[in-house]
Design a protein around this ligand. Structure first.
Ligand SMILES: [Fe+2]
Length: 388
């Protein structure tokens, strides 16, 4: 979590009497804690009890897309070929997953009155296309293209878009929390001067008037592959104030400051966020390596402990042919990969790259789904063969 923050109206001390304007009834304090009571937390002050629900029922929202026969090979697929239809909950299409990581895209094209909560997974949401706001109990977080929004598990939220056409999200669920890498911080927790982003680059929720509305409100709770509809007794965004370290936040990929070397630097140089089971990197426009003899595209490499996923956002992709916006490549662990034929020679003497891409390196193998099969570039596995 980025830093301590407080918003709205809170009592001077925790766990003390905090009265509503009538002077008689109490606000309801909720401690939202992680890692038992040992991790980061926030204290929220509700108008109503956060526990009051009318009923719970299971919904058949899970889309079964397992592909157990998926071969172990290089993959390139086009997520844009599977333009989904639905709201921000139902438009998700899962492409790659393991026990700790699930990678999906979504094209939300309609609004919904429902709220959503991912009970088991923290979410990274990359806004490839679209503008709007993420609404939570913590306030309103306006987003624009390129924003990378971190939504900790268990937070009820709703995405609203300014327009309901041409929206595109990349969503990466994680079984463990997204964190800012420890070596980005100094001993006091402040982002270090050498870190690729600083506190000013991080967007946090802005104050939103609490909703004091009693009625029936639908909260869709995702618990792994199961979905439940909770009918709440009141609007979930009834928080008058909060403070702490636990809240959603965003970093725009355009605000990520890249590092450049005399000779080619390895992918961890582009680290943005980490979890316990994978890392997430930002590739952004930058000058190329500046030694006159440098080979500016990557060397061929094998990474025997990581599956490497690249989501291509925009720009010229220096070492790949046939890549489009929204393309994803998966290079499974231990399989050597690198520039395609002609790309190394073509890049000699180049001074800069204008690419944007997000990389996800998982420590456990990923399983492709039927959505990968449906959008596959069939020639990719053979794309390193000499031409002719
Ligand atoms: Fe790689």
């Amino acid at each position: 979590m980025p830093f301590y923050h407080r918003l709205g109206k809170i009592p001077p001390r925790k766990h003390t009497q905090f009265y509503k304007p009538d002077g008689v009834s109490l606000y309801r304090e909720e401690l939202y804690s992680t890692l038992g009571f040992s991790g980061v937390y926030s204290n929220k002050y509700h108008i109503h009890m956060p526990t009051s629900i009318h009923r719970v029922r299971e919904l058949p929202l899970h889309k079964e897309v397992s592909w157990p026969e998926a071969p172990l090979q290089y993959y390139h697929f086009f997520t844009e070929k599977l333009r989904s239809d639905g709201d921000f909950i139902t438009s998700r299409n899962l492409f790659l997953h393991n026990a700790h990581c699930a990678i999906a895209t979504a094209h939300p094209n309609r609004d919904t009155e429902q709220f959503f909560k991912n009970a088991y997974a923290d979410e990274y949401v990359f806004v490839h296309h679209g503008t709007g706001a993420l609404l939570t109990e913590y306030g309103r977080l306006r987003f624009v293209e390129g924003d990378q929004i971190i939504i900790p598990k268990g937070i009820p939220y709703r995405f609203t878009f300014d327009y309901w056409t041409n929206n595109k999200l990349l969503i990466v669920e994680s079984s463990t929390a997204y964190d800012i890498p420890r070596h980005f911080r100094n001993e006091y927790g402040q982002l270090d001067e050498a870190a690729p982003y600083c506190e000013r680059d991080i967007k946090i929720p802005e104050y939103m008037e609490p909703f004091d509305q009693v009625g029936e409100f639908a909260l869709i709770v995702k618990a792994g592959n199961r979905y439940f509809e909770y009918t709440l007794h009141h609007h979930p965004f009834d928080v008058v104030g909060w403070d702490g370290y636990h809240y959603p936040y965003a970093l725009n990929i355009r605000d990520y400051n890249p590092k450049v070397g005399k000779l080619h630097l390895p992918p961890p140089t582009h680290l943005a966020f980490k979890t316990e089971q994978f890392v997430l990197c930002n590739f952004v426009p930058r000058p190329f390596d500046f030694d006159p003899a440098a080979i500016v595209v990557p060397y061929w490499h094998s990474n025997c402990d990581s599956d490497e996923v690249l989501y291509y956002v925009e720009g010229d992709f220096m070492s790949r042919s046939g890549i489009a916006e929204g393309s994803v490549t998966l290079h499974p662990s231990g399989m050597p990969h690198g520039p395609q034929p002609g790309k190394t020679e073509a890049a000699l003497g180049a001074k800069e790259t204008n690419e944007y891409a997000v990389m996800i390196d998982t420590f456990m193998p990923l399983r492709p789904t039927l959505n990968v099969r449906a959008t596959l570039d069939e020639r990719y596995t053979q794309s390193w063969l000499p031409k002719g």
